[in-house]
Unconditional design. Sequence first.
Length: 154
Amino acid sequence: MDRFLSNAVNRIDAKGRVSVPAHFRAAVQKRGYSELYALRALDMPAMDVGGLDLLDRYEQRIAQEDPFLRTADDMSFFVHGDGAFLRIDQDGRITMSDFIRDHTGITTEAVFVGRGTFFQIWEPGRFVTYGKAVRERLLSLRQARESIGARASE
């Protein structure tokens, strides 16, 4: 499997390291990533982590902007200057740096969350809260669409 799927909670050791789940490490290897890049998620307390294809996706979007406007500059700052490289050690662990901890609130455990072509790292309580909110939004959307469909068939 070359996708990041599912989620897993792992404990952070005394040296601030956490094991990347085996199925995520397998996806990293299958995707040919020699290093990982982490960005603070813009609208949630999580880290977006991926390979160069994650950067490529953002850079394609930046290239659509006028380079003389602040939007392109802000996007470049966010993608290129406000991220960090993560190194997976020989035992499959990464270090939970202050950069990650400050944004996520992670202390003793981290949740690795598959997002298809990249993964996220969350603090467990925040992940549960966010997951509940996502399900509520999707349920509301479903109910609204079903209501519209029912009215259209009358």
